[in-house]
Design a protein around this ligand. Structure first.
Ligand SMILES: Nc1nc2c(c(=O)[nH]1)N[C@H]1C(S)=C(S)[C@@H](COP(=O)(O)OP(=O)(O)OC[C@H]3O[C@@H](n4cnc5c(=O)[nH]c(N)nc54)[C@H](O)[C@@H]3O)O[C@H]1N2
Ligand SMILES: Nc1nc2c(c(=O)[nH]1)N[C@H]1C(S)=C(S)[C@@H](COP(=O)(O)OP(=O)(O)OC[C@H]3O[C@@H](n4cnc5c(=O)[nH]c(N)nc54)[C@H](O)[C@@H]3O)O[C@H]1N2
Ligand SMILES: [Mo]
Length: 767
């Protein structure tokens, strides 16, 4: 095929969704050679007797009565149901060094892993190993460590509650809280911000609230690509007359117009207008923007008081439910407009418009994604958003509330099950009591700190339950160095990825079932449970035959690994494998909110794990919804880099294309942004192209400005003129992860600042 023709830039002018969405899904199914018999899989997605879609954590309507088409879901399911296989022959044909030459896209194309493999130094190849020998090898390494804190146990967010529970129990009985997880790279800022303000780090809304909201503010999210089913809710809200605001440096497709594949009339017409207002902060400008809106709300209340009008603040809520409002108001009053405007990159008129829209709303939902969580001051920004909603009592009532929109389909459930490097004493106390042991109390390592520890030799064994740690994390060369410094790396995976190739001295690949596959055990096919982004817990049953007879379920792998390491002391590990409802009985005993788990989850649609904040019970130290004062950061790595480099300094965000799932590259298009056949592109404002002395289409190398003297670069990116604020750049990850310094992290949450990297551009050395 003519490669040049495929590589093109062509702005997308249709509404998001629509027939193109169906087309793109069909192409994926054909490309993956998904057998026709498996198409029915798609219809079982999110059905009462089907499986929970591995695509994202957006909830389903009553775990639905009708099939809800979703491009993201189709791609995720097709990627798992693919007919392609990465069997032992593949590894016999290629050395690891040869596989390393392949792109992430090519690695993904090999298909599903089929049997356990162990790295062989002599031949630089992965060779088959028996399951028993694999577990024995893990046990040998783990038992040899002088301190259990020398091992780290990564969890990606597709793992079921049942597996996650067993996994954390195993790891804590082994003796560590070293649980780096994908959350650390994702919504950790939400998980750390919200407990301090409203007591729980989860959404206070359920889907039904979207039917009652009159105003919905969407911060830093690209739902057309990442949560397409969310657009059906926004569409319905827009049709009812609700006001939807998008707060995003980019005017993302789908947040403007959406043609729902669910509604044939939409496909024929021009779709539905979603957002009536676009507020476009500079990258990382949200804290200042939201603080500005809060300041304006306070001023509008002052004005109402002055003329004896209706109060803008919800005085009853503030009085009964909140603590710290006076200090918060005093801080808002002293904040300078000039600073807020400069830091947010939003003109006063737009701050005013957003404030007035917010104040007009009687029931306001704020949703957010990675645009809010992956900056240095993300925790402060999310707390400011919580403050803003609290000012008008928009938490814990119909149609209103906080809604962090999580990514991986069970990332929230995994945390609930105890995949947490900083577990609460209450959680550990209960585990201690149920299993009669003293769990480790010392906080463990998160994702970034695990990389530091592996580099320093403090962690020697890395076990990854899903995910692609090597590519999902920042500072790629340093992360590679870290993983290669391990004595053993173990990856429990469905498909081949770079984390298998960047390995320790000893290395294992343990292939596993995906959620769409039938998990047949002694007592019959097993269901597993997940918790979605709005705290609904439900059962999921796979329906496809396993990709290979040699696959074990994640639960089985976890139980056998635990058995090999710990024996049958406190827990009879293997006894749980035959019947997962027995694990749910253990969860019911051990984790708050899961009483009578099996019975409750058996009901169609499952149950809501209602967070106290939704009921206006505040699990904060003050027992109230807590206003939190945070100051505008004035001295930051970006401000320092700008002082040094002036206007040449640009700020880069790294996000997803339409054809990728995190580090999994399905194909090379990002059609909503008009990018085809390529990924090494850099979105940039036309004025910046000219100002920096380039032309659109030029190739540049990107360099990070950081204080440690190390060179961080990513080469050969094509400049694409784009409607993005001046001074800001957009590119895709994982290609740009080498640019993110390991110590460029959000305060408190330690999340890499994937959306604000200070960089300089140079004409590419090789064009
Ligand atoms: N198809 C598909 N679906 C997915 C995924 C996938 O990779 N592919 N990943 C899953 C996962 S794990 C997650 S976490 C979610 C991620 O879903 P999103 O949260 O939508 O993640 P991103 O693609 O990183 O997009 C971030 C958005 O934030 C905006 N943004 C960037 N910086 C800022 C800022 O400073 N302020 C504001 N206000 N906005 C900003 C960007 O323009 C972009 O629209 O999607 C999940 N669903
Ligand atoms: N620069 C930059 N970096 C980022 C982000 C960003 O916006 N910018 N986003 C971050 C975010 S939000 C996240 S969540 C992380 C994602 O980080 P991860 O969760 O680590 O990465 P994924 O790409 O989702 O993992 C894909 C791999 O998971 C395995 N897999 C898939 N399904 C299953 C399963 O059911 N079981 C098992 N055992 N394995 C499975 C497959 O082998 C596949 O190759 O990346 C983060 N990294
Ligand atoms: Mo995520």
């Amino acid at each position: 095929m003519d490669h040049k023709r495929k590589e093109r830039i062509e702005p997308y002018t249709l509404p998001a969704g629509g027939l193109d969405s169906l087309k793109s899904s069909t192409i994926t199914l054909l490309k993956e050679k998904v057998p026709g018999s498996r198409f029915k899989t798609l219809l079982s997605q999110n059905q009462p007797d089907g499986f929970d879609c591995p695509g994202c954590a957006w909830p389903d309507r009553e775990h639905t009565s009708t099939f809800e088409f979703c491009e993201n879901g189709v791609k995720a399911v097709a990627a798992e149901a693919t007919a392609k296989r990465a069997g032992a022959e593949l590894f016999a044909r290629h050395t690891v060094a040869a596989l390393l030459e392949q792109s992430d896209y090519e690695l993904e194309q090999h298909g599903r892993l089929t049997e356990p493999l162990a790295y062989d130094h002599a031949s630089d190849r992965y060779l088959p190993i028996s399951w028993d020998d694999a577990f024995e090898r893990i046990a040998r390494h783990l038992k040899a460590l002088p301190d259990p804190n020398q091992a780290a146990f990564y969890v990606s967010g597709r793992t079921s509650n049942e597996t996650a529970f067993l996994f954390q129990l195993f790891v804590r009985l082994y003796g560590t809280n070293n649980f780096p997880d994908c959350s650390n790279l994702c919504h950790e800022s939400s998980s750390r911000a919200l407990p301090q303000t409203v007591g729980v780090g989860k959404a206070t809304v359920v889907l039904e609230d979207f039917e009652h909201a009159d105003t919905i503010m969407v911060f830093g999210q690209n739902p057309a690509t990442n949560h397409p089913r969310m657009l059906n809710e926004l569409r319905a809200a827009a049709k009812r007359g609700a006001t939807i605001v998008s707060i995003n440096p980019l005017k993302e497709k789908g947040l403007d117009r959406f043609a729902s594949p669910q509604h044939p009339l939409d496909l024929l017409g021009g779709g539905t207008e979603i957002s009536s207002l676009f507020i476009r902060p500079t990258l990382g400008g949200d804290f200042a923007l939201i603080k500005g809106v809060a300041k304006r709300v306070l001023e509008l209340d002052d004005e109402a008081v002055a003329v004896g009008g209706e109060r803008v603040l919800d005085l009853a809520f503030l009085d009964q439910h909140c603590s710290g409002f006076d200090a918060f108001a005093a801080d808002l009053r002293q904040e300078s407009w000039q600073q807020l405007i400069a830091a947010s990159g939003v003109a006063f008129q737009d701050i005013e418009r957003l404030a007035r829209t917010y104040v007009r709303g009687k029931a306001v939902i704020a949703t957010w994604g990675m645009g809010l969580t992956q900056h240095r001051d993300s925790v402060a920004a999310i707390q400011m958003l919580s403050n803003l909603l609290m000012m008008r009592g928009n938490i814990g009532r119909l149609g209103a509330g906080l809604c962090p929109v999580r990514g991986h389909s069970n990332v929230q459930g995994d945390r609930t099950m105890g995949i947490e490097d900083k577990p609460t004493p209450a959680f550990l106390d209960r585990l201690a009591q149920v299993y009669d042991f003293e769990p480790p109390r010392e906080h463990g390592l998160d994702a970034v700190d695990t990389i530091h520890a592996m580099r320093d030799g403090r962690v020697k064994v890395f076990v990854g339950l899903g995910g692609n740690f090597a590519m999902a994390t920042p500072d790629t060369p340093r992360t590679f160095e870290a993983l290669r410094n391990c004595a053993l790396t173990v990856q429990i995976s469905t498909k081949l990825n770079r984390s298998h190739l960047i390995h320790g001295a000893d290395a294992l690949i343990l292939p596993t079932l995906g959620r769409t596959e039938i998990d047949l055990q002694k007592t019959g096919p097993q269901g597993v449970t997940v918790e979605d982004s709005m705290c609904m817990v439900h059962l999921s049953y796979g329906i496809n035959p396993p990709a290979s007879k040699q696959l074990l379920s994640e639960t089985d792998i976890t139980a056998r690994m635990a058995h090999a390491v710990l024996g049958d002391g406190k827990v009879d590990w293997l006894s749980y494998v035959g019947d997962y409802s027995r694990i749910r009985d253990e969860i019911a005993k051990s984790i708050a909110g899961f009483e009578d788990f099996n019975a409750r989850v058996a009901k169609p649609g499952g149950f809501h794990l209602t967070p106290a904040s939704r009921e206006r019970r505040w699990l904060t130290p003050s027992g109230k919804a807590q206003f939190i004062v945070n100051a505008l950061a004035r001295d930051t790595p970006i401000s320092r880099a700008r002082a040094q480099h002036g206007d040449e300094l640009m700020v880069l965000m790294t996000a997803r294309s339409n054809d990728q799932y995190n580090t999994t590259i399905y194909a090379l298009d990002d059609r909503y942004r008009g990018v085809y056949g390529q990924r090494r592109v850099l979105l940039i404002h036309r004025d910046d192209i000219a100002r920096l002395g380039f032309a659109a289409g030029d190739k540049v190398d990107i360099f990070t400005v950081w204080h440690d003297g190390a060179e961080r670069r990513a080469d050969g990116f094509r400049l694409v003129e784009y409607d993005i604020p001046r001074g800001c750049l957009g590119a895709y990850f994982p290609e740009t992860n080498p640019l993110i310094p390991l110590d460029s992290v959000a305060e408190v949450s330690n999340t890499p600042t994937s959306k604000s990297i200070p960089v300089l551009l140079r004409r590419a050395a090789v064009s």
